[in-house]
Design a protein around this ligand. Structure first.
Ligand code: KG4
Ligand code: ZN
Length: 327
């Protein structure tokens, strides 16, 4: 990697307690020209050394995706380069490679972000099988919603982590969101976080009128449950699948308690643990670049007629490089 720049809008969206899509698109339009210029300057390369231009095409907020994809296509067309529309989650997966090369597969991926909580089996480049996901809120979304209800600000993950570090994770007992199977028993890996969020809300309501809220204990107890659920189900899934490597990526992978717990469990279980470098857990362009490189060397290219989409499963990421644009 020669250069990596992130133009964060988090401070602005914090006023609204979450991402405002229209605002996000407009800020992308404003930020991109200078950002691209800065990245070129930092990398010390010119267009003659560039093979391709990539941008995230799906899934995500369509307005923001459109800005990136239109910019990338325009630059590719102008400079006669290949254009690649990248799958956002394939980008997250590739973020782990910014530190160590990923094994060829098979391995298990825990992908935890603001929009997704998934366990994915990877059997080789581009060969993905989703084994579990959240039936309601994503893990990052739960952090954001609980932070908002505790008045801790946005984004919620870092805010909860900071406050939780001073709290007692055993003080409150919150539900672990186990999913009942229609035929009886529980789904061993499925995730659900909306009940947990409601339980925190009920606890806050129960504590009202009893003086200042024990924010640190509430945050720590909430964080401990999310961490335990993610770590326990991932390790169990890896064992059941006979996989010896667990890769952990996405914004929530930056959580220090989660990193510690995974480290402990994987060591006990003899699992190899590869976690994305801290600075590349949250959304960034470097991970999209790595995913694009992987596809490019495999001969892939996206058509300039490719659009953007709010939804596209990781299992169908290769559609972005097909002869017919999927959207
Ligand atoms: O991957 P990401 O940057 O964007 C999406 O693709 O969604 O993930 C953002 C999410 C947010 O929900 C944020 O609260 C969460 O990652 N997050 C964290 C931490 N840092 C970011 N959650 C828990 N602990 C953290 N330290
Ligand atoms: Zn993301």
């Amino acid at each position: 990697m020669l250069a990596s720049r992130v133009a964060s809008q988090a401070e602005e969206h914090a006023h609204y307690g979450g991402v405002v899509p229209e605002l996000a698109s407009r800020r992308h339009v404003e930020a991109l020209p200078l950002l691209i210029e800065q990245a070129f300057a930092a990398a010390g390369v010119g267009w003659e050394e560039i093979d391709a231009v990539a941008a995230t095409a799906a899934p995500g907020l369509v307005g923001a995706l459109l800005v990136g994809v239109t910019t990338a296509k325009t630059l590719a067309l102008l400079h006669h380069k290949t254009f690649l529309g990248v799958h956002h989650l394939e980008g997250h997966l590739c973020s782990a490679q910014l530190e160590n090369p990923l094994p060829p597969g098979p391995f298990l991926v825990l992908l935890v972000s603001g929009g997704h909580t998934m366990l994915v089996r990877v059997d080789g480049p581009g060969r993905y099988r989703q084994l579990a996901s959240s039936v309601d809120d994503a893990a990052g979304e739960a952090f954001d919603k609980v932070a908002r209800l505790l008045g801790l600000g946005y984004p919620g993950g870092p805010a909860i982590q900071a406050v939780a570090s001073r709290g007692d994770p055993q003080r409150f007992s919150f539900p672990r969101g186990r999913l009942r199977r229609p035929g009886g028993g529980f789904d061993p890996y499925g995730f659900s976080f909306s009940g947990l969020k409601t339980a925190v809300l009920r606890q806050v309501q129960a504590l009202e009128g009893e003086g200042p809220l024990p924010l640190a204990d509430l945050a720590a107890s909430f964080e401990a449950v999310v961490v335990e659920v993610l770590a326990q189900r991932s390790c169990r899934c890896a064992a059941d699948q006979g996989l010896d490597t667990l890769v952990v990526v996405g914004g929530v992978a930056a959580n220090l308690r989660l990193r510690g717990e995974l480290d402990r469990r994987c060591r006990d279980q003899g699992l190899r643990l590869l976690v994305a470098p801290l600075e590349y857990c949250g959304d960034n362009a470097a991970m999209i670049g790595v995913a694009a490189c992987e596809r490019l060397v495999a001969g892939a290219a996206s058509g300039l007629e490719l659009g953007v989409s709010s939804r596209l499963s990781l299992e169908h990421a290769e559609l972005l490089y097909g002869a017919e644009a999927p959207f």
